[in-house]
Design a protein around this ligand. Structure first.
Ligand code: NDP
Ligand SMILES: O=C(O)C1=N[C@H](C(=O)O)C[C@H](O)C1
Length: 237
């Protein structure tokens, strides 16, 4: 029987990816974690949507919790995740940083207070030139937070190009910039009559995601089956 005093053993589904390497560095800096790709207490998946079935199968057959950091997932993936979460604990987080968890709360609150009638919302994100998906999972997560704040679904406008593109009332717009080594910038812009409110987060490097992933793994160890979020991790801290 393992206890809370023993290091949390992390199994990395994709140890050689950028996030896999960042998490290995974070483990090396924190003696309360250990890398154990064969017998981990928690399986951590930052890979690609194509790999999701395989990481879910691995977590379910080993009977261990799964942290999913992969983005670009669609409804079909969410259905698979919900099914597996009946058997093992699963935490899905498109962004594991503390700052983005707070940004999502602030976005929801601002959207609730400002309302959809006078204030347009645009979400702008920038990432490195190797990123595969757009808009980022975080941008979509922030858009969902804004929708919750407004109390309903909003039309989506992505990647404008052309003519006759006047903004639809109440829409949430998404723009993605790709280049260089940007670790992850997100701006939620509330554009109103004669004023703008801009909530911003800047990831300076991947260490913030890696440390957040370890905090999520610690939270998951020993939890009952179910679907969890970074909100739960922060509330439990
Ligand atoms: N939640 C968060 O906070 C964050 C989420 N992310 C997300 O994490 C994911 C990974 O990002 P990043 O590490 O930068 O990407 P990388 O491309 O650097 O790494 C992806 C890794 O996944 C492996 N992989 C891809 N497809 C499969 C598959 N079908 N089966 C097994 N392994 C596979 C790759 O192996 P190979 O090279 O051999 O194909 C590679 O090792 C992305 O979706 C990204 O958006 C990123 C940063 C933070
Ligand atoms: O691919 C990345 O790098 C990142 N992906 C996540 C996303 O899509 O939101 C999180 C972070 O912004 C870095």
């Amino acid at each position: 029987m393992r206890t809370d005093h023993q290091p949390v053993r992390i199994a990395l589904f994709a140890p050689d990816g950028r996030m896999g390497r960042a998490i290995q560095s974070a483990i090396a800096e924190d003696p309360t974690f250990a890398l154990d790709n064969d017998n981990g207490d928690v399986l951590v998946d930052f890979s690609s949507p194509d790999a999701l079935r395989s990481s879910l199968d691995r977590a379910v057959s080993a009977g261990v919790p799964l942290l999913i950091g992969t983005t670009g997932l669609i409804d079909e993936h969410d259905a698979l995740i919900a099914e597996a979460a009946r058997i093992v604990p699963i935490l899905k987080a498109p962004n594991t940083s503390v700052g983005v968890a707070l940004l999502a709360d602030l976005t929801e609150r601002a959207a609730r207070i400002l309302g959809p009638d006078k204030w347009d919302i645009e979400i702008v994100e920038a990432h490195h030139n190797r990123k595969a998906d757009a808009p980022s999972g975080t941008a979509l997560h922030l858009g969902a937070a804004a929708e919750r704040g407004r109390g309903g679904t909003s039309p989506v406008e992505r990647g404008r190009d052309g003519t006759g593109l006047k903004r639809e009332a109440g829409a949430i717009g998404y723009s993605a910039i790709r280049g260089g080594t940007v670790a992850g910038d997100h701006d939620v812009m509330f554009l109103g009559p004669d004023e703008r409110l801009i909530l911003s987060h800047r990831a300076e490097n991947r260490a913030i995601f890696a440390r957040g992933a370890l905090a999520a793994a610690r939270f998951l160890r020993g939890r009952p089956a179910g679907l969890y979020s970074m909100r739960d991790v922060i509330d439990a801290a």
